[in-house]
Write a protein of this length. Structure first.
Length: 317
C-alpha cells in the first residue's frame, strides 16, 4: 500500500518506520527534512510538500504537534487536501481537540476523502516496538478497511464512536495524565518537606491505590534528576491540558483541577523546562524555597533606581 506520513517527531518517526518494516511503500514529509533521512535511507521517498505527497498515496497519516500544524498541512497553500485522490483516506494520529477533528472531517468529506481521528497512547519505546494504543473515531467500515495498517504500529485498536470520539477519549486520557503527575509531584514535595526520605516515599507510594500506575515509570527520572531526552515533552502535555480546557468550555463542563495544572505546567515552561520530560514538574516544584528567595533578592538589588523587579519565576521575560 502507498502511504504518506507527515510528521516525523519522537512518535511519528517510529510509527512510520514500522509501516516501512511491513513492506508498505512510504512517502514522507516533515517540516525539517533531516528527521526523514533515516527513513529515506531505508527506501522511503521524500515529498517536497504535503501536496506533492498527496498525489502519490492512497493513505495519508498525520502525526503533528498541535491543531495549527495539522490545519496547515491539510489546508495550507501546499496542503494535501488541495489535491485529493479517488478513494483516499486521511488518518490523523495527532492529539487535537474533538471539535477540531470534526472540522477536519468535514473538510475531508467535502473533497471525498475519508477520515479517521486516531490519536495514540504510548511511550517512545512502545512506538518503536509497535505497541501503541489507537483511539479511533469514524465510520466502523473505514476502520475495518484499514485496521491492519494500524496494527503495524499498535497492538490495541479501540473504536470510540463517530468522528471526533477518538480525540475525545485522548483528551480524557491526557487530562488524567497531566493532573495525576502534578498531584503526585505536590504530594512528593510535601512528604520531603516533612522530612520523609525519597526512598521511603517511593517505597510507600509506588503501587499504592492513590497513585497512578504510570508514575512508577517516572521513579528513575526523579531519583536521577534526569529529565532529558524527553519521552513526552512537558510543553506538549501543557498543550493537551489547554485543549482539554478548551473542549470542556465548548461542552459546558467544569475543569478547575485541569486549569490549575495547566497553569502550573505553563509556569514550568516559562522557567525553561518545556523540552524536558513532563515528570520534570516535580523538579520544578521541588526547587528549594531559599534558592528562589535568593534569586528574588538578587533581582531587587540589581535595579535600585526603579525599585524591586518582579519575580522571574512567575513572569515571562
Amino acid at each position: 500500500m502507498r502511504i504518506g506520513f507527515i510528521g516525523l517527531g519522537i512518535m511519528g518517526s517510529r510509527m512510520a518506520a514500522n509501516l516501512q518494516k511491513h513492506g508498505h511503500s512510504l512517502f514522507v514529509f516533515n517540516r525539517t527534512r533531516e528527521k526523514a533521512e533515516p527513513l529515506v535511507a531505508e527506501g522511503a521517498k521524500w515529498a517536497d510538500s504535503a501536496a506533492a505527497l498527496a498525489l502519490q498515496v492512497e493513505v495519508i497519516i498525520t502525526m503533528l504537534a498541535h491543531p495549527d500544524a495539522v490545519e496547515e498541512a491539510a489546508l495550507g497553500e501546499d496542503g494535501f487536501l488541495r489535491y485529493p485522490q479517488p478513494g483516499q483516506i486521511w488518518v490523523d494520529c495527532s492529539t487535537v481537540n474533538p471539535s477540531f477533528s470534526r472540522k477536519m472531517a468535514a473538510e475531508a468529506k467535502a473533497r471525498n476523502v475519508k477520515f479517521l481521528d486516531a490519536p495514540v497512547t504510548g511511550s517512545k519505546g512502545q512506538a518503536e516496538s509497535a505497541k501503541l494504543t489507537f483511539w479511533v473515531g469514524g465510520e466502523p467500515s473505514d476502520l475495518e478497511a484499514y485496521r491492519q495498517l494500524l496494527e503495524c504500529m499498535g497492538n490495541r485498536i479501540i473504536h470510540c464512536g463517530g468522528q471526533g470520539m477518538g480525540t475525545s477519549l485522548k483528551m480524557v486520557m491526557n487530562q488524567l495524565l497531566g493532573t495525576a503527575m502534578a498531584g503526585f509531584a505536590e504530594g512528593f514535595v510535601l512528604g520531603e518537606s516533612l522530612g520523609l526520605s525519597r526512598k521511603v516515599l517511593f517505597e510507600a507510594l509506588t503501587g499504592a491505590p492513590a497513585v497512578a500506575p504510570f508514575l512508577a515509570l517516572k521513579r528513575e527520572r526523579i531519583e536521577n534528576g534526569n529529565y532529558t531526552p524527553a519521552d513526552f515533552p512537558l510543553r506538549w502535555l501543557q498543550k493537551d491540558l489547554h485543549l482539554a480546557a478548551v473542549s470542556a468550555h465548548e461542552a459546558g463542563a467544569a475543569m478547575p483541577l485541569t486549569n490549575a495544572a495547566k497553569e502550573l505546567y505553563r509556569l514550568a515552561i516559562r522557567d525553561g523546562r518545556g523540552s524536558e520530560d513532563f515528570s520534570a514538574i516535580y523538579d520544578y516544584l521541588a526547587l528549594p524555597r531559599d534558592v528562589k528567595a535568593t534569586d528574588n533578592r538578587h533581582c531587587e538589588q540589581s535595579d535600585p533606581a526603579n525599585g524591586p523587579r518582579e519575580d522571574v519565576y512567575a513572569h515571562d521575560s
